[in-house]
Each structure stands twice: as structure tokens, then as C-alpha cells.
Design a protein around this ligand. Sequence first.
Ligand SMILES: CC(=O)N[C@H]1[C@@H](OP(=O)(O)OP(=O)(O)OC[C@H]2O[C@@H](n3ccc(=O)[nH]c3=O)[C@H](O)[C@@H]2O)O[C@H](CO)[C@@H](O)[C@@H]1O[C@H](C)C(=O)N[C@@H](C)C(=O)N[C@H](CCC(=O)O)C(=O)O
Ligand SMILES: Nc1ncnc2c1ncn2[C@@H]1O[C@H](COP(=O)(O)OP(=O)(O)OP(=O)(O)O)[C@@H](O)[C@H]1O
Ligand SMILES: N[C@H](CCC[C@H](N)C(=O)O)C(=O)O
Ligand SMILES: [Mg+2]
Length: 497
Amino acid sequence: MDEMRVRPFDTPTWSLAEVAAAWSGATAEGDASVTGISLSTRDVVAGDLFAALPGASTHGARFAPQALEAGAVAILTDAEGAATLPGDVPRVVVEEPRRGLAAFAARFYDRPSSRFTTVGVTGTQGKTTTTYLAEAALGESRSAVIGTIGTRIAGRPAASSLTTPEAPALQALFAVMAEEQVAACAMEVSSHAIVQGRVDGFVLDAAVFLNLGRDHLDFHHDLESYFAAKAELFTPEHARRAVINLDDAHGRRLAQQTVLPVTTFSTEGAPADWRAVNVRSHRLGSDVTLISPDGTETELSVPLAGAFNVSNAVAAIVALAGEGHDLRELVRGVASARGVPGRMERVDAGQPFTAVVDYAHKPEAVEAVLAALRPVTAGRLIVVIGAGGDRDRGKRPLMGEVAARLADLVVVTDDNPRSEEPARIRAEVLAGAERGTAEVLEVGDRREAIAVAVGQARTGDTVVVAGKGHERGQQVGDVVHPFDDREVLVELIGGAS
Ligand SMILES: CC(=O)N[C@H]1[C@@H](OP(=O)(O)OP(=O)(O)OC[C@H]2O[C@@H](n3ccc(=O)[nH]c3=O)[C@H](O)[C@@H]2O)O[C@H](CO)[C@@H](O)[C@@H]1O[C@H](C)C(=O)N[C@@H](C)C(=O)N[C@H](CCC(=O)O)C(=O)O
Ligand SMILES: Nc1ncnc2c1ncn2[C@@H]1O[C@H](COP(=O)(O)OP(=O)(O)OP(=O)(O)O)[C@@H](O)[C@H]1O
Ligand SMILES: N[C@H](CCC[C@H](N)C(=O)O)C(=O)O
Ligand SMILES: [Mg+2]
């Protein structure tokens, strides 16, 4: 399908004086007609104001010449950045450019997100799935999704890179959504985004909390500050109401502490406003009875494998029902959902065993996936697993341990080693795997590891290739080598038969 534009047709035009007036304490030099905003040289469009921010690894002002070359007409930066600019470059200098950037971008595009329902989903796992289910619930043509797999507006893909885009890109996407007259946008809100203010400057209609587990402690240092980052979204600056999963301990805590109006849900018997009971899971999905706050019972069919996806589906439905969308329509929409790429995605190349690709790259996700597949596996449960480099190290042994506790055979391999020594990452996963009961093999090369799993699989077995899901590359050092677990499985199964 045709790509959707990432900037609105209706281009705002601001003078540099107008830009400066939107910031307190700003000084402007020179003039320019600003028709867009970008924060990375990768996204510059002619007419842009290039926001050159200080970052953890470098200062954006270093890239000002490239941005101007690409068509930027002025630079927004701090005093440190301004000192490095050639004298004649039009500029606006402010004290903390990142802090005010989101509110500025929202104003620049005339607060586009106020023209449709916005649902922000946060949690350690299930964000992408929940946003996809929200899209299915409302119908693709009326909705938009922003997240890890990218952005989609009225069913058409639009380029975006981070799980939660930086505010200039986000607000431009909102402006496109408003032009396309979507009814709602479901977006993933990562904890990085909250901390960096990417979702400042507008108020979500509903903020959804799914769960909190082990990840990103390279960035947040400890679980308490990770929770605090997520909890920040559940304040009046960011959201009008909260939708919270009571099956999660941190969800229960958040429901107590937030000052927002709260709607709770549970799929595990907690006394919540919305309850999913009588969960009947099968190979391809689950059927459940959904009890509304007024006691009405509605049969819900979730066409995604794994009981955990019932929780994701209920989250999506509760968020949208609270915004006035018709429950029966939402339930019908969820029932017709297509799978989410790389999440419990079955690969069928005529083999006598089940093969599944799943994006589980955190301990709780590995646990949820293996627990879901065990009851539908007559034979052995085989998992191919690794952990990413330059990311939270503490989760590695935990992932190995849970894999070796719940599977029968664990093949430890590489998953985006990035700048790290792959053997050292594997050793950390293996250290945990040794504490489990499964047979454990180490095969660094990912294709080779999948080949070993496929070679071992017999009729009735299940092979899960975990960690990369929809990804299409394996990053070693700075180089991304083409690699798609789903394609590799098909090739290897084809070659083996
Ligand atoms: C830790 C983190 O989130 N860092 C993000 C942050 O970097 P930073 O502020 O430290 O910036 P920097 O790298 O020092 O660069 C300084 C400035 O120069 C600019 N620059 C830099 C290089 C260049 O070639 N051109 C250019 O213009 C940058 O845009 C930036 O404004 O701002 C940059 C600009 O947007 C992001 O690219 C960068 O994301 C890095 C690449 C990243 O990997 N982020 C991940 C961890 C992330 O945010 N992930 C979450 C999802 C996590 C999950 O739940 O799985 C997400 O929402 O995607
Ligand atoms: N509610 C859930 N509870 C536990 N595990 C889940 C849940 N939902 C999904 N998972 C597992 O987590 C994996 C990732 O799911 P998904 O992509 O929806 O999460 P995410 O929060 O968007 O992750 P990321 O932060 O990497 O973008 C799935 O492939 C599955 O293994
Ligand atoms: N958004 C996640 C993706 C992890 C996927 C896994 N394949 C890895 O490379 O660790 C992160 O950057 O932590
Ligand atoms: Mg995601």
C-alpha cells in the first residue's frame, strides 16, 4: 500500500520572531519562514527549523551544517550550541530546548491531537499488541497506530523510527491524522519518551497501564525509577483518565496513587471495573466472557494465541469504550483482528511441528509465551533465544533461566550484539539457563541455531524463535545484516524436508 505522508498538507508558516515568542526567554537572530520542525538530520525537510539539542552522546548543533544543507532555514538551540554556529545562521536561542520542544511543536501544528481520540499505552510488554488491537477494534480505516513496528494512518504505513517518535515528528503525524479524519490514534508510550518529554504538550484522552517487568534498567537504573517514569504519564499534564490492569502489582499501586479518574480491568479474578472471566484458550486464540461495570456480559473472541493477549485485548476495548465507542462494535472489531507481525506469528512451511516467531526479549515475555505454548504442545518445546547488546544486562540471565525452566531444549544464540562481544552476551544468558531443567545448547550464529532447532523438531513439537519478532536485520557492530527469523525458518524448513 502507498506510504502515507509524514507532514500535513496544510503547512504552517511561522516567522522566527513568532517562533521566539512561543518560548519564554528566547532570543532570535535573523529571519526565516519556518514551515516544519525536525530534531534529527535524518528527518530534515526544506523549510524546517532544526532543533539542535544537547544529547547524551553529542550535541545536535554539530549537525547544523548538514541540516542547513538539507534545507533547514533556521536553528533552535541552547547557548552552547549557538556558540558553534556560523555567525549568519538564523537562530532562536533558548535555555532548555528539549524541555519546551513538545509544547512548541503542538502549538506549531495547532494542537492536532485535540481533533480525535488519543489513547497512550504504556507497560513493559504488550504495548504494540494492544495498539494493534485498538486499531482492529475501531476498524483500520478510522484509526491510527504509532509504535515499534511503525506508524499507520487510516491503514496506510507512514515512516517513523522510534517506538514513540520525538515530539516534532509526533505532532506532524498527529496533524496528518487530523487531515485524514481518523476517529482515534492508539500510540505506544515508552518510558524513554516520558522521561525525554516526547509526549509533553498535549493531553491523552486515556492512558493505559499494562504491566511492569524487567527491562531498560540500563536507562532507568532501578525498578523504582522505571515505575516512577511510567507513573508520570498518569498525571493531569499527560492524560485525562487512566485505564489500569489490576492483575499487575505495579498496576494496583498506580491505581491507588494516581489523581486521574481510573477505570480498572482484570483477566485473573481481581475486583476490577471490567472483568474477563471464563477464559478458554486454544491453539489460535482465546474466548472469554467480558463483564462491563454495569454487569452486562459480552462474549469476546481474541484471535491471537496466548492467554496474555486477552489482557491486551481487554485493555484496548476498555480504553475505547470509555471514550464513547460502542462495545459491541469494538468486540466485533477485535474478533476480526489480523495477527500482529512477529508476535506469536506462526510460520507454516508444511512441517509436522509448530513454528512460532515471537518478540519476547524480556523475562516476563519469555515466560508468558512458553506458558502459553506448553498446553498446546504434545511433544517437546524448543526455544531459540538470545539477548541484545548495549541494552539492559541484568535481564539476560533471567531470560535464560525462565527459558530453561519452561522449555525442553534451549538454543542460546545471538540477537543484535551491537557493540558488545557476542560470546559474552551468550555467556550471561547461559549462566541463567544452567539453573533450569532443559537441555541447553550454545550456537552463536542465529541461522545455525534455528537450523539446529528445526533439525531436532519432531511431529508434535513446537519451535519458538524468540527476541526479534518483526525485525528484519541482525545488528553486529554498526552494520545491520539482513535477517528475518520468519524467512530463515521457511528456508530452513524447506531445506530440511
Ligand atoms: C536513550 C535515548 O532514547 N536516546 C535518544 C535521544 O538521544 P540523545 O538525546 O542522547 O541524543 P544524541 O544521540 O546525543 O544526539 C544529540 C542530538 O543530535 C542529533 N543528531 C544525532 C546524530 C545525527 O546523525 N544527526 C542528528 O541530528 C540527535 O537527533 C539529537 O537531537 O534522542 C535521539 C534523537 O531522537 C534518539 O535518536 C535517541 O534514541 C536512541 C537512538 C535509542 O536507541 N533510543 C531507544 C533506547 C528508545 O528511545 N527506545 C524507546 C523504546 C524502548 C522500548 O520500550 O523498547 C522508543 O520509544 O523507541
Ligand atoms: N500482556 C502481556 N504480558 C506478558 N507478555 C506479553 C504481553 N503481551 C505481549 N507479551 C510478550 O511480549 C512480546 C512483545 O509484545 P509487544 O510487542 O506487544 O510489547 P511491547 O510492550 O510493545 O514491547 P517493546 O517495548 O519491545 O516495544 C510478545 O511477543 C509476547 O512475547
Ligand atoms: N525496543 C527494544 C527492542 C529489543 C529487541 C531485541 N531484538 C534486542 O535487540 O534487544 C530495545 O531496543 O530494547
Ligand atoms: Mg512495542
